[in-house]
Write a protein that binds this ligand. Structure first.
Ligand code: GLN
Length: 207
């Protein structure tokens, strides 16, 4: 494929910034709000925002199962921050109540899953609401990327199939399992499109 078509899950969060970053990385990018809009995609981006909201809206819009299925079928996916949370097979430290029907203090947002990892939500948030830091990412040449961390999660542990791509301050902040990758930080908020280029490369080549 020469120019891949990549969707951005457009339920909530920084959708526009991802659409722009993907366009700059030579992909045809379009928002996805309905299950039918998953058809024909070569890849999908899950934006940053608020994972509890994205999760609830995914259920409401009938996207939870179709996205899970697409991931299982091998669709390449890239998630940032809340998007990383949505790709976790398991979440720690869910938001404090009040909890809706069926939720309990120990249940985090329902996720799509796809990466064998345990993620701690808002892990960096308590000390620092928001900060920037240089992060070396495996597979990205030309020096570290500027990581923008906003109430960011970290990856507490990974399974045997999950590759760690970056750490910051002793914590895992970028991972990849097969064609599914995720970062705790937001490359879409910087002018540096190398992480999106890496994802577009994965979509194009399958590696
Ligand atoms: N703390 C948010 C959550 O739990 C993620 C923040 C972000 O995406 N910038 O979903």
């Amino acid at each position: 494929m020469s120019i891949p078509t990549i969707g951005v899950l457009a339920l909530q969060g920084d959708v526009r910034e991802h659409l722009a970053a993907l366009a700059a990385a030579d992909a045809a990018a379009r928002p996805v709000r309905r299950p039918e809009e998953l058809a024909g995609l070569d890849g999908l981006v899950l934006p940053g925002g608020e994972s509890t909201t994205i999760s609830k809206l995914a259920v409401l819009f009938g996207l939870m199962e179709p996205v899970r299925e697409a991931i299982r079928d091998g669709l390449p996916v890239y998630g940032t921050c809340a998007g990383l949370i949505m790709l976790a097979d398991k979440i720690l430290d869910p938001s404090p109540g009040p909890w809706g029907p069926g939720e309990t203090p120990s249940s985090g947002p329902e996720t799509f899953g796809g990466i064998d990892m345990i993620v701690r939500r808002n892990a960096f948030g308590r000390q620092n609401e928001s900060f920037e830091a240089s992060v070396d990412v495996t597979g990205i040449e030309g020096g570290p990327v500027e990581g923008v961390f906003i109430r960011a999660p970290w990856v507490e542990s990974v399974g045997a199939e999950t590759r760690v791509l970056a750490e910051y301050d002793g914590h895992v902040v970028a991972v990849r399992q097969g064609n599914v990758m995720a970062t705790s930080f937001h490359p879409e908020l910087t002018g540096d499109h190398r992480v999106h280029e890496l994802f577009v490369h994965t979509v194009r080549t399958g590696s």
